[in-house]
Design a protein around this ligand. Structure first.
Ligand SMILES: Cc1ncc(COP(=O)(O)O)c(C=O)c1O
Length: 384
């Protein structure tokens, strides 16, 4: 069976985990700090905080930016549930804005229109679906104009680079056009720690708040507490969580990160082969991959295709597991019931969903396997 995504684990990864298991630290210890330093270097950002998963990263990001009861945060309906759920966890109201039918990410023009009409919106969560970061600057410009904060949900985009309007090379997660970026290290993502996630920021205050929120809201720094009754003493001044990652997961993350650039090259090659092949197949339109951004870090190869259900089933019969990213969140029963969303609210997202399919994309997908996937798709459309 070929799956749409797959982790790569080698002997160095295994040895690093085993070594940490034999050390004095299992939960948060020196490897977490080392992983955070590696991540901050890799993303070219001041601070990185490793957490238990990408959802926890988003939840803490919302809290650190002040999301509370009824705070309105706008995001795309085409994302994993976690993006919108994280706003609800913090007490806020997720608002959706429709996608571009080329990039399948937030459409800046539509977003601005929406923000103009609802001045109570406080922040934007921009999701780099599949690794596509082409709207970063435009979204940030809108945020500046309306005084909003921006979280980049970069769970699909670790390691990507892009050139800004002034030709400066930027790295995903460097927060040069946002307040916070978040990552997931779930096994299908660019690197894995099993479960795991991280938050990056250049803002010291936000960083310190995140550190506190990650561990129950506990503060030990004597300059920040009201009392100091001894070395054991801590204070909880606001509600926090246990969103810590373990040291052996961090050890895995450190090893995985070393291979991230190599894996991205492999992913980009696979993307370019699919792109070339599908140029000649009318029934398939891939997500837009602009030339100037060849250094996107691709997590998913998303297409729009005719006869999606039949193609999905045909591929499955041929031992190829594809997936749909994603069912529009506003169509989920919970969101319909709680926030009153209806079919027709976001037409681009809805028509995108009808034809969306993610084909296998991971570094160790072989040429032979990719050829097989492509020829089965061709065969399907010849028959149908
Ligand atoms: C866009 C996006 N945001 C957030 C998450 C949540 O990450 P995690 O599964 O690590 O909690 C995911 C995970 O699939 C994701 O794809």
């Amino acid at each position: 069976m070929i799956n749409y995504g797959k982790q790569s684990i080698d002997q160095d990864d295994i040895s690093a985990v085993v070594e940490t298991l034999k050390s004095d630290w299992l939960t948060q210890g020196p490897k977490v700090e080392e992983f955070e330093n590696c991540l901050a270097d890799y993303c070219n950002v001041k601070y990185a905080i490793a957490v238990s998963n990408g959802t926890a990263a988003l939840h803490l990001a919302n809290l650190a930016l002040g999301v509370t009861k009824k705070t309105k945060v706008v995001t795309t309906p085409i994302t994993f549930l976690a993006t919108a759920n994280s706003v609800v966890y913090a007490g806020g109201d997720p608002i959706f804005s429709d996608i571009s039918n080329k990039t399948f990410t937030l459409d800046p023009a539509k977003l601005e229109e929406q923000i103009k009409n609802d001045q109570s919106i406080r922040g934007i969560i921009n999701v780099h679906l599949g690794g596509n970061t082409s709207n970063i600057e435009e979204i940030n410009k809108i945020a500046d104009k309306y005084n909003l904060w921006v979280i980049e949900d970069s769970c699909h985009a670790l390691g990507g680079t892009w050139k800004d309007k002034n030709g400066i090379l930027r790295k995903v997660g460097d927060c040069s056009f946002s307040d916070i970026a978040t990552f997931s290290f779930h096994p299908v993502k660019q690197i894995t720690t099993g479960e795991g996630g991280a938050i990056t920021t250049n803002n010291r205050e936000i960083y310190e708040r995140l550190i506190t929120l990650r561990t129950h809201g506990m503060i030990k720094d004597s300059s920040l507490i009201n009392n100091n009754e001894g070395g054991w003493y801590y204070e909880m001044q606001e509600l926090g969580y246990n969103y810590r990652i373990t040291d052996f997961q961090a050890a895995l993350g450190i090893e995985q990160l070393k291979k991230s650039d190599k894996w991205q090259k492999m992913r980009r090659h696979i993307v370019s082969v699919y792109d070339q092949e599908f140029d000649f197949l009318d029934q398939i339109t891939p997500q837009n991959h602009p030339d100037q951004n060849l250094n996107f870090s691709y997590h998913l190869y998303i297409i729009q295709c005719e006869k999606r259900l039949e193609l999905y089933n045909y591929l499955k019969e041929n031992k190829i597991n594809t997936q749909v990213h994603y069912i529009p969140i506003h169509q989920q029963p919970y969101y319909k019931n709680k926030f009153g969303y209806e079919v027709g609210d976001f037409p681009n997202a809805e028509s995108y969903y009808e034809k969306a399919l993610s084909l296998p994309l991971y570094p160790t997908l072989t040429e032979v396997e990719q050829e097989r996937i492509i020829s089965i798709i061709r065969e399907f459309y010849e028959k149908n």
